[in-house]
Structures are given as structure tokens and as C-alpha cells.
Design a protein around this ligand. Structure first.
Ligand code: GLU
Length: 290
């Protein structure tokens, strides 16, 4: 089977070192497997988006010689597909409208107990939840082996469309990975927990799930995740070498001394040649000074 991997950034800010690690890791894993590497812009949450950041992310990928195959898929072009699937599940009874507020769920202990399952509510001010009868409580990760997930989280009938009309990440990511024939998902370890929910959706759809490889998450010296939310600095487009060398070292693939200062194409070519998932750090979080 032809390997298809992808990098799927949300356009909520410029690329920072943490997202560069996910881009480089998924790129090298795809190239080392003689596969394709796609880029998908996950623009399904406009309130969290920053104008211009999708283009900025693509320019940065270019500056780092992370060249993708084919066109870019933007999730905002996929609303009809997401809605059609939701309607199918509403019809078959595998999804339902829920009018519970976040407050009500919090007051009841934080986990949604299936309150609206049999209430046949209208769509008015409602979110849509999917029925989870066979929770997925573990999955196999290429690097970490069997990962056990929290049972109560995995059992929750989770939201696939929010009451504000926005589609949920778990739904969009699964439908798009299927649509794009993705065979393996390589991404940050912050997305280990929702993987169970995503595998549940594959099962509901009668599809074989992708395989998963979760990369260590980059933390700053205070132990916080580098993220757009906590204003991790953008990486430098004009001088990509240092961040590229640091990302490869972070991923357990420090370049040999004689390549220090080489163009990013050369660094990446060495990375493809020498890539082995066994060399990745076994921790799911690693502190970086970059
Ligand atoms: N869009 C997600 C993010 O930027 C990544 C989704 C994924 O790789 O599954 O965190």
C-alpha cells in the first residue's frame, strides 16, 4: 500500500518550534517510507484563527524546504461532506441533538452522561453528539506500542458539531484523512487522548483506521507546551538552518557535525536517509531551549 502522510496545522498563528517538529517528523517519516506528504489547513474554527496565518504557515514550510505533494486541502471547503455524514448518523440514530450546556455538564461532574440520547430533541440551539456504545480504550502507536486511554473519556458521546454550528475537530480530521487516503498520522503527543475518539469514528464508518505515530511534545523551560495560545515565537523564515537542526536533534536525529550549517535541503536529505522511528525519544514530552 502506498504510504500517505500529512501535516495538518490549524491557522491560529505562525509556525513555532513545536509545530516545526510535527512538520519535520511527519515529512521525514513519509519520505523514508517512499510516501506522499500532504498539507491540510485545519480552518474549521474561525474564532481561533488569525488572519493571514494559513499563508504564513505555507510560506514557512517553503522556506524550510518542506515541499508537499498535490494541492492544499482547506477544511472550510469540506463543510458539505461533514454535514452529510452528520445527517446520515442522525437518520440512523447513531448521532443525536443535545441541548445540555457546558455549565450543566460541569455541574454534573464534567463528563457528559448521555442525558439527551433518547430525548429526540430538535436542532434548535443544539450540538450534535455521536453515540459511543463500544468505546475505544487503547490503540497501538508505532513508537509507544499499546497506549491505554481513560475509559470515561473514551465512553463519552462526544460532540461532532457544536451548538454554534462549527464542526468538531475529531469528525473533520477522520473524514479528511479518509478522503485524502492518508495511511499514517504522525503528530504531537498532545493528540494521544482524542485518538480513541477518532478510532471510534473509523469503526462507525466501517473503515480501517490509519496507523499512528505520536511525536514528543516540545515544552518550554517552565514545562508549558509551546503553542500558539501561549505565544511561542514564530520560527525564522530567512535563516531556517538553526531551527531545522534543532528540530532534527529534538527528534533524536542530530545531524553529524560536518553537516552543521548546510542548506536545509541537505539536512532533510540526511534525515530521510537516516530516519528510524526507534531513534525518536521515548518520552511524550521533551523540554527544549529553542
Ligand atoms: N490541527 C491540529 C493541530 O494543529 C492537528 C490535527 C492532527 O494532526 O490530527 O493541533
Amino acid at each position: 500500500m502506498h504510504y500517505v502522510g500529512r501535516f495538518a496545522p490549524s491557522p491560529s498563528g505562525p509556525l513555532h518550534f513545536g509545530s516545526l517538529v510535527a512538520a519535520v517528523g511527519s515529512y521525514l517519516q513519509a519520505q523514508a517510507n517512499h510516501g506522499s506528504w500532504l498539507v491540510r489547513i485545519e480552518d474549521i474554527d474561525p474564532p481561533r484563527e488569525v488572519a493571514g496565518s494559513a499563508d504564513a504557515i505555507l510560506r514557512t514550510l517553503d522556506a524550510y524546504s518542506l515541499h508537499w505533494d498535490g494541492g492544499i486541502l482547506y477544511q472550510h471547503t469540506r463543510h458539505d461532506a461533514y454535514q452529510a455524514q452528520i445527517e446520515d448518523w442522525l437518520k440512523s440514530g447513531e448521532a443525536y441533538y443535545c441541548q445540555c450546556t457546558r455549565r450543566q455538564i460541569k455541574d454534573a461532574g464534567g463528563l457528559y452522561a448521555g442525558t439527551c440520547r433518547e430525548r429526540q430533541l430538535s436542532s434548535n440551539g443544539a450540538s450534535v453528539r455521536v453515540k459511543i456504545d463500544n468505546p475505544v480504550v487503547e490503540f497501538t502507536d508505532i513508537k509507544h506500542g499499546l497506549i491505554k486511554l481513560d475509559l470515561s473519556m473514551a465512553s463519552e458521546d462526544f460532540i461532532i458539531k457544536r451548538r454554534d454550528g462549527l464542526f468538531a475537530y475529531n469528525l473533520a480530521v477522520v473524514l479528511d484523512d479518509i478522503y485524502q487516503n492518508v495511511t499514517q498520522v504522525v503528530r504531537g503527543a498532545d493528540l494521544i487522548e482524542p485518538t480513541g475518539r477518532q478510532v471510534s469514528l473509523y469503526q462507525k464508518l466501517g473503515k480501517t483506521p490509519v496507523s499512528y505515530l505520536h511525536l514528543p511534545l516540545a515544552l518550554n523551560a517552565d514545562g508549558n507546551k509551546l503553542s500558539k495560545q501561549n505565544h511561542a515565537p514564530a520560527i525564522d523564515n530567512n535563516n531556517p538552518g538553526p531551527a531545522m537542526e534543532a528540530a532534527m536533534a529534538f527528534l533524536g536525529h542530530a545531524i553529524p557535525q560536518e553537516l552543521h550549517g548546510a542548506p536545509v535541503e541537505t539536512l532533510l536529505a540526511w534525515g530521510v536517509e537516516n530516519w528510524q522511528s526507534s531513534k525518536l525519544p521515548s518520552e511524550t514530552e521533551v523540554i527544549t531551549a529553542f
